[in-house]
Every structure is written in C-alpha cells, then in structure tokens.
Design a protein around this ligand. Structure first.
Ligand SMILES: [Zn+2]
Length: 384
C-alpha cells in the first residue's frame, strides 16, 4: 500500500503528503466524505508515514511510507503502540467514551487496553515522534463524548495528531469543526464504483455456491441505483444491492405523485414488510432486539430513498438540458412530476423525511413514525 492506492482523491492525498513533507502537521484533521471512499485508508497511510523508519521520496508529490519496516507493518496489523483507532460497535447508533483499542503487549502479542480518545491524545508517544488517534464515524460520538473531545482540541498535546473520519459533518458541533483542518474526500466515479460492486457481488455468489439460497443477482439498473444512492461508497452499495431496496423504492417513489393518507398507510406497510424480509434473511427473530434493529434500519433506508426523490426534484427543476445526475434516474417521470410541486415543498419534504429517520433512531414506533412522516409529506402535495 501507498498513498497512490487511494484512488480518485488526488487533492486529499496531496494535502496529507505535503503536511508530512513540510512538517506542518495540524493537531486535528477532519476527513469528510462518503463512506468507503478511502478516508480510513488515508488515515492509516498517514500514520504509517509519520511513524515510518525510512520513508520513500521527500516532496509533497512522492513521499510515501516504505511499507517494509517494522513500524509500517505494525500499523498495517493495527498493533503499533502509537496508533489509537476508535470506532463504534456494531449495531450501535452512537458511541461514548471510554473505548477499547488494540495495543501490542510487552512481548509482542496483541493485548487489549482500555483507553479513551481523550487519554490517547494526551499520552506521550512510545516509539514515534507523535501519536495518531483516529476516530471513525466521528459524527456518531454522543454529546458528552463530543464535549470531552472539544476540550482536547482546545488544549492539544504537541505530540498528538487527531484524525476524525466523518461522512456527515453537519452532525458534529461547529466548535469541533472549526478546530480541525478539513480534508475533503470526493464520491468515487459512478462507473468505477459499479464495477467494484459487481466484483464484490460476484465474490459473494462464488462464496455462497452450494448453499440452499443463492445470493440474488441484481440487474445493471439496480446496481447503478444503489451506487448513486450510496453516494459512491462501494461497501454500502454492495450491501444494498440485492437487498430488496431497489424494488421497494421503485414502488414507494411511484406512489409519490398521488401521495395521500391511504398511500402513506400502504407505503409504511410495504416498508415494514421489507424490514421483516431482511430480518428473515439475516436469520434474526422478528420480536427480538436484533429483529427490531433490522426493521428500524430498513425504515430509515426507505425514508432516505423517498427523500432522495425530492432531492432529485429540486435538481430536475433547475436542470434545463436534462443532464443532472439524478439518484432516481430510473423514475425520471415521477421526479419531473415532483419538480412541479412548489419549490419549498421539496426542502420541507426532505426535512420531514430526515426527521422521520431521527424519530426511528430514537426508538419511536417504527411503523407509526414511517407512516407519520409520509402522511406529513402528503400534505405538501399541491391540490389538483
Ligand atoms: Zn516504513
């Protein structure tokens, strides 16, 4: 691995290389961009470059970690004592401090050590000149964790580099955002993502060979849609392909031009059914905590899919030559109908649907919250 392996992010890579080459490391970085576009890889390469015993190249265009020295290898294995990597646990919507990170024990074997983000950023480096603390999904830090983090940012240790990885900067307090140097990661090109997704799916089909239920093979149109919906994230698109989201969103979006209370009810039912189908496929009991979590996730995705149609409408309304890249390009006729709704209706619809997702995240009854969000959107529909 080297920085060159991080594709389609030339400005982010150049910025990081330049900071190391000119020894101008900020105390804190914010890597902003969709999931799965290389933020984590870039954070790891940055740590390697800072720790590496004999980096290659010296200038901002070529400097790279050697990838061979003991320090580089330990970063790759996630056991370098000066690299702290924090992420949320599976199936949690937020995370709090303290967290656990993996460290190498004195005899070289991996050991578990509990350390908080705050503590890690205050610790003296053990081997390198600096410590690197990476917080993945930083926007999911809960409020008290974010406040604690702010204190660290206000009084940074000269030995620490903090790297926050984040897909949605609007969910972090402005006081944190303003204290970080921003590095923007762009969505990956559509065709590149689609090709990668096809490869991941092919591997999945190969792995499932011989099982009773073969993995569904999504159509090209479905793959194109999930790539756009996932904002260019390969990982997310591959998860959504073949999940049934495609069929569901086609049905939901098709109903939007005639959205009324009755439609909202039936749409919420369809969303609920999809959540149950996902639960069956994941082998969880429907009335268990896991089953509930799957249905909540499904409902949030479904509301996001509906919201994307209104986002498209806003784009289509100003798109004179029809060249805008719509998420719901496969349902352009519906999008164009929505584009004829009053301009403030699109933004309000998106806000209501985002609010619905928040309600579901806060454990409001999933089906009711889904129906209610759609019902409120139906009131924005102009009377004919
Ligand atoms: Zn090295």
């Amino acid at each position: 691995m080297s920085f060159d392996a991080i594709q389609y992010q030339p400005s982010a890579v150049r910025m990081l290389r330049a900071a190391v080459a000119h020894d101008r490391m900020p105390h804190a970085y914010l890597f902003v961009g969709p999931r799965g576009v290389g933020k984590g890889l870039a954070a790891r390469e940055l740590a390697k470059l800072l720790f590496c015993a004999s980096p290659r190249g010296t200038d901002a265009d070529t400097i790279d970690p050697c990838d061979r020295c003991d320090r580089c290898r330990r970063v790759d294995r996630g056991v370098h004592p000066d690299l702290y990597w924090f992420g949320k646990e599976e199936d949690r919507n937020d995370f709090r401090l303290p967290l656990v990170t993996r460290r190498e024990g004195p005899d070289g074997t991996p050991a578990w050590l509990t350390v908080t983000v705050i503590e890690s950023a205050a610790l003296m480096p053990m081997e390198a000149a600096r410590t690197v603390t990476v917080v993945d999904d930083a926007e999911l830090l809960n409020r008290s964790a974010a406040n604690a983090l702010l204190k660290t940012l206000e009084e940074p240790s000269p030995h620490a580099v903090l790297v926050l990885l984040c897909a949605d900067a609007s969910r972090l307090p402005g006081t944190i955002l303003s204290r970080c140097q921003w590095v923007r990661f762009r969505p990956l090109p559509e065709e590149f993502v689609a090709e990668k997704v096809r490869r991941v799916l092919a591997e999945r089909v190969a792995a499932a060979e011989g099982e009773d239920e073969p993995a569904p093979v999504p159509s090209a149109a479905e793959i194109a849609y999930v790539c756009r919906f996932a904002g260019g994230s390969i990982e997310r698109a591959a998860d959504l392909a073949g999940s049934g989201l495609w069929d569901l969103k086609r049905a939901l979006v098709a109903r939007l031009p005639a959205l009324d209370a009755d439609a909202a009810f039936h749409m919420a039912q369809a969303v609920q059914d999809w959540g149950k189908a996902l639960g069956r496929r994941e082998g969880v009991k429907q009335d268990s905590t896991e089953g509930n979590a799957v249905r909540r996730r499904a409902a949030r995705l479904a509301l996001a899919a509906v919201a994307s149609a209104f986002g498209d409408a806003a784009l289509a309304a100003v798109d004179r030559d029809g060249g805008a890249r719509l998420v719901n390009a496969d349902q352009r006729d519906v999008v164009e109908t929505l584009a004829s709704w009053p301009p403030d209706a699109w933004a309000r619809a998106v806000a209501l649907l985002v609010d619905g997702q928040t309600q579901i995240r806060r454990y409001v009854h999933t089906e009711l919250a889904t129906e209610n969000a759609l019902l409120q959107v139906s009131r924005l529909r102009p009377s004919v």
